[in-house]
Design a protein around this ligand. Structure first.
Ligand code: ADP
Ligand code: MG
Length: 290
């Protein structure tokens, strides 16, 4: 093997390693209060998250789980430390840029669903798309498609109070994925659900994960960790234990990321000559119309 070839190979390898890292937190600290009232929700927190992981975060109440999720979701900022998202240092970016990134890359699911009570569920689901520049019609169409996935298409014009808890959480999941984000953050998503609805919600999350999405979920229920590829136990603002149950190489491939890049196929599909002619004629016609 020539030396050049080897260099190319190792560069490629390095690249792949980099591409698979989605989130890096380094020395993250979140402090509340000063002096006597000073307390740390997170202290010198380090965490690297790969694309395609399904991480479950557990730990006693008050140990910093929600704080961590809110910082990862760009809803909150750390007092100090680094947050690198897709290779970009996002800890110090403007609130405006944070909001934009959040809309594009992150979907949220909350314990109490957080649906807007006086909007029909279709409009609830369409909400995250407001920041994307789609027309209203396109937004509602996307929302309608997302609801179909959760078999709620017949209830588009229902209001949240007309649905069961399990249905409301499925609406919330539809809202979380409607913008095709790379990261789904879920803060005790089954905390207010009975076991049957919990199971349905977890199966939905499992399917979303298998499509290559990265999920970070807080839970109190140890039984749910069977869905995770990694279980992190937190204690007093730091990681107590961190166990991967699936090797990085076996994580699902990120389908949506690939679609987003819209890479052109390398080989052009050859059409038979007649078809090719028709196509160019049509093309010319439609251009003339304009
Ligand atoms: P968890 O989600 O694990 O229950 P949180 O992240 O909500 O924990 O909280 C971590 C710690 O930070 C707790 O001690 C909590 O009291 C404290 N905390 C959270 N938010 C605030 C705030 N706005 N002001 C002061 N302390 C806060
Ligand atoms: Mg919490």
């Amino acid at each position: 093997m020539s030396k050049d070839y080897y260099l190319v190979l190792s560069a490629k390898y390095r690249n792949n390693m980099g591409e698979n890292t989605l989130i890096e937190l380094k020395g993250l600290t979140k402090r509340y209060g000063y002096g006597d009232t000073e307390s740390f929700a997170l202290k010198d927190f380090d965490l690297t998250i790969k694309r395609g992981e399904f991480i479950m975060i557990m730990g006693p109440s008050g140990c910093g789980k929600t704080t961590l999720l809110n910082i990862i979701g760009l809803l909150d900022r750390a007092t100090s430390g680094e947050y690198i998202l897709n290779g970009e240092d996002v800890a110090g970016i403007s609130a405006r840029r944070q909001a934009k990134l959040r809309a594009k890359k992150i979907g949220f699911i909350f314990q109490n669903f957080n649906l807007i009570e006086d909007l029909p569920i279709l409009e609830n689901v369409a909400l995250p798309l407001v920041y994307t520049g789609y027309s209203k019609t396109a937004r509602l169409k996307n929302a309608s498609n997302a609801l179909k996935r959760f078999h709620l298409q017949e209830r588009e014009y229902y209001f949240p109070y007309q649905l069961s808890g399990g249905q409301q959480q499925r609406v919330a999941i539809a809202r979380a994925i409607v913008g095709d984000p790379e990261i789904i953050l879920a803060d005790e998503p089954t905390g207010n659900l009975d076991s049957r609805s919990s199971h349905i919600v977890m199966e939905e999350l499992k399917a979303i994960h298998e499509e290559g999405n990265t999920i970070i979920m807080v839970t109190h229920n140890p039984a749910l960790t069977v869905y995770a590829t990694r279980v992190i136990n937190m204690l007093d603002g730091h990681i107590d234990t961190d166990v991967k149950t699936v090797a990085d190489a076996n994580l699902p491939q990120p389908i949506s990321v690939k679609i987003k890049k819209r890479q052109k196929p390398e080989t052009k599909i050859e059409l038979p000559k007649e078809e090719e002619k028709k196509k160019t004629k049509k093309h010319k016609k439609s251009r003339r119309k304009k």
